[in-house]
Design a protein around this ligand. Structure first.
Ligand code: 4AD
Length: 466
């Protein structure tokens, strides 16, 4: 038995006349009056299904082949033949069809072959991988992840696995999920009536990480160019189309780099991964351009072909104030930009991703490097049309006295950050990095409008099923 992936047969890797067996799931079946059936089988190896032409003289033709419905799992053995059908060069002339599994009650099969809404599909996170859209998202997501690793590897970065369980709040924003083995019904209390976490598994309060940055900074302080790529968790109660409670983040950290260096790194990385997806997933991208977002391909090509626009936060505020548009949230120097502002800047003002830099100190995290003006920090966000912020980054405060001052001002306990402070005490160097939200990247690339549809199992407020 020569097993073949659908993509290889369709790509012409087998010669006409060769016998192969394809295993997968039925996408559609059509019976012709002439007594043959056309069974389209997909196996996830590419967007397209292969057409198997099944003659009526097979033993199980009427008992099984003619009963095949969408979702049945099969092995089709046949000879590869040039196809007269539109849109494909090869098909299989079947000599046997083996059915692995039937679809019970096809009329109530939740993934019946019709267009389902994204909301409906979310209710079936375990079955939606069978749909064209989820298959395409999955392959593009994989391609992007591989391209990210390839980019950093080729540029001399080491991948650091940072911890998922931690006792530090890397962003100092308090959006933490607690990890505990204490008995919730019977929590141990100290003299002041507070929960006594010294009796907990780790001997103190522990959380799921919100970012690997602080840990990866320690490795940048020795290996120079590093990155982390892993899951991160935020207990922010944001029920929006761009927030998840569990998302993946790519965080490079570069010793001896400043803000402009990492802005350039972000631009180079995005161009690299966009090019990879256009080269390697042309089939899926064509589907997104046809069914989800007409600009899916041209938008990426535009980014690849043009330099990123840089803009200072202060100038962006002026643009927003003078653009004549009514925003729900008022704009003034010092405010944190809302999604409507970010979208305006990227979509309408620039028409492409834009890098905003030098934000007011008071709206940013404690670790960001202070600029000489005393008001702003060397922070950047990359804003993308249709989605808003996809990257947040900064130069890090490498001067211990200024870091300590910031911790005090923000009421953050210096002792909790003592190991982080050590990096400034022993051979401190200027350094910078950023975090790219992986699902926001996948959403931007595919044109999918809800971030919950670009991660296999989305986690959001009141939703951790499957
Ligand atoms: O801007 P953020 O909070 O930055 C950090 O966590 C830094 N420690 C990164 C660094 O400098 N190493 O988050 C970075 C990115 C955002 O731009 C966004 O793309 C994504 O992470 N992100 C989310 N994605 C999905 N759901 C959420 N709730 C997200 N919060 C942030």
């Amino acid at each position: 038995m020569q097993y073949a992936a659908v993509k290889d047969v369709l790509a012409g890797q087998y010669s006409a006349g060769e016998t192969v067996t394809v295993r997968g799931w039925v996408r559609t079946r059509r019976d012709s009056k002439a007594g043959i059936s056309f069974v389209n089988v997909h196996d996830g190896s590419c967007f397209d299904a292969i057409q198997a032409v099944v003659p009526s003289d097979l033993d199980n033709y009427s008992s099984e082949v003619q009963k095949l419905t969408t979702g049945c799992s099969v092995a089709v053995t046949g000879t590869v033949a040039a196809s007269a059908g539109q849109g494909q060069d090869f098909e299989l002339q079947a000599s046997s069809v083996h059915v692995y599994g039937w679809v019970e009650d096809p009329d109530t099969y939740p993934m019946a072959p019709k267009r389902h809404s994204m909301e409906y599909l979310r209710e079936f996170a375990h079955l939606r991988p069978r749909t064209n859209v989820a298959g395409a998202v999955t392959r593009v997501r994989h391609c992007l992840a591989q391209a990210v690793h390839r980019f950093f590897h080729q540029h001399g970065y080491y991948w650091i696995s940072t911890p998922i369980i931690t006792t530090s709040d890397a962003e100092g924003a308090g959006e933490l999920f607690r990890v505990s083995t204490l008995d919730m019904q019977n929590l141990p209390k100290d003299d002041k009536g507070q929960v006594d976490y010294s009796q907990d598994f780790f001997g103190k309060e522990a959380f799921l990480t919100v970012s690997g940055q602080l840990n990866v900074e320690a490795f940048a302080s020795s290996l120079s160019k590093v990155y982390t790529f892993g899951p991160t968790f935020r207990a922010e109660n944001s029920n929006t189309s761009r927030h998840l409670a569990e998302f993946w983040m790519i965080e490079p950290e570069v010793a001896f780099a400043d803000l402009n260096d990492v802005a350039k790194l972000a631009e180079d990385m995005l161009k690299f991964v966009f090019k990879a997806v256009l080269d390697e997933r042309a089939d899926d991208m064509a589907f997104f351009a046809e069914r989800i977002d007409k600009q899916a391909i041209s938008r990426l090509q535009h980014v690849i072909d043009n330099d990123f626009v840089h803009m200072d936060y202060t100038d962006a505020i002026e643009v927003l104030q003078n653009c004549g548009k009514q925003f729900d949230y008022p704009v003034a120097w010092g405010v944190d930009l809302q999604s409507e502002h970010e979208r305006y800047l990227a979509e309408e003002h620039v028409g492409a991703p834009v890098i905003l830099k030098n934000y007011p100190r008071d709206i940013k995290a404690f670790y960001m490097r202070q600029n000489d003006d005393g008001k702003t920090v060397a922070a950047m966000d990359v804003l993308a049309p249709g989605i808003g912020e996809i990257i947040g980054g900064s130069a890090r405060e490498e001067r211990l006295d200024l870091l300590d001052k910031r911790l005090r001002e923000m009421d953050l306990p210096a002792e909790e950050y003592s190991w982080y402070r050590d990096l400034r005490r022993y051979g401190s160097v200027p350094h910078a990095g950023f975090g790219l939200g992986f699902e926001r990247l996948v959403a931007y690339v595919t044109g999918m409008t809800n971030i919950r549809d670009v991660i296999p199992y989305p986690r959001s407020p009141k939703n951790a099923d499957f």
